[in-house]
Ligand binder design. Structure first.
Ligand code: IPE
Ligand code: IPE
Ligand code: MG
Length: 242
């Protein structure tokens, strides 16, 4: 059983295994992404119920453009489908949607839906649901450094600005522009892979990691709660001592 008073404030999930799920069933990869979207729907709901403050999902990486055009367009079509079917309910549940990553380059119809969901939910105060889309952590850090540089040149930051950890944090996607999201307490990756794949490199310095062999479309609220329980049994020291 999980302790309701010690639920992680920020859970980040690398939703992996959609392709293998489909392959096992002799289905096209897009069918796996569709099933994955359904699993995500449920996890957003339970996150709200459990009182998680931030849920960040890795939906599409800067490296995922290496996939076939068919698969990529299928993924963005599903994103549109997700927003169309879920936006009202997300809003009713007081969920605030945010996007991490440069989504300006994704198909126009998907941008429109995303902007609609950002606008509709911007004043909500419940779960903040961060969708990492065309997100890559290295690109995020490079962008932050370039924006600091630009702001110094434009006089937005003083000329003698000293670069600090706090300043870099503020200029990441997880920084000021998205309400200064706290670092993830728990990072989950499904499908048995144990790597970050360019996700939240800076922010995960002291995150707890939980891996499961379950493929993302099979991920259930029960498995989610089990991993939260694993997290609750970890001893987080942050370099200090008891
Ligand atoms: C994760 O599932 C979803 C995205 C990367 C968009 P995959 O598509 O990576 O599934 P596998 O790893 O091939 O099974
Ligand atoms: C990471 O999964 C990206 C997302 C879940 C969106 P990948 O399947 O793309 O990662 P690798 O290629 O196995 O590292
Ligand atoms: Mg994968």
């Amino acid at each position: 059983m999980i302790d309701r008073n010690r639920v992680p404030e920020h859970v980040a999930i690398i939703m992996d295994g959609n392709g293998r799920w489909a392959k096992k069933r002799l289905l096209p990869r897009v069918a796996g992404h569709n099933a994955g979207m359904l699993a995500m729907k449920e996890i957003v709901k339970v996150s709200s119920t459990l009182g998680v403050k931030h849920l960040t999902v890795y939906a599409f990486s800067t490296e995922n453009w290496k996939r076939t055009e068919d698969e990529i367009s299928g993924i963005f079509k599903l994103l549109i489908k997700y927003v169309d079917s879920e936006l009202d309910e997300l809003n009713e549940n007081n969920v605030k949607v945010r996007i991490l990553g440069d989504y300006s380059v994704i198909p126009k119809a998907a941008i429109d839906r995303l902007e609609k969901s950002l606008k509709t939910t911007c004043n909500n105060t419940g779960l903040q649901f961060n969708i990492a889309l065309n997100y890559g952590s290295r690109a995020e850090i490079v962008r932050a450094v370039n924006r600091i540089n630009r702001d110094v040149k434009e006089g937005i930051l003083p000329e003698d600005t000293e670069v600090t950890e706090e300043l870099i944090s503020r200029y990441l996607y997880t920084g000021e522009e998205n309400g200064n999201i706290p670092d993830p307490d728990l990072i989950i990756r499904t499908s048995g892979e144990e790597r970050l794949s360019n996700f939240l490199l800076w922010q995960s310095a002291y995150s707890e990691f939980a891996f499961t062999d379950v493929l993302w479309p099979d991920f259930t609220p029960t498995e989610y709660e089990r991993l939260i329980e694993v997290y609750q049994n970890r001893d987080r020291r942050f370099g200090g001592r008891k």
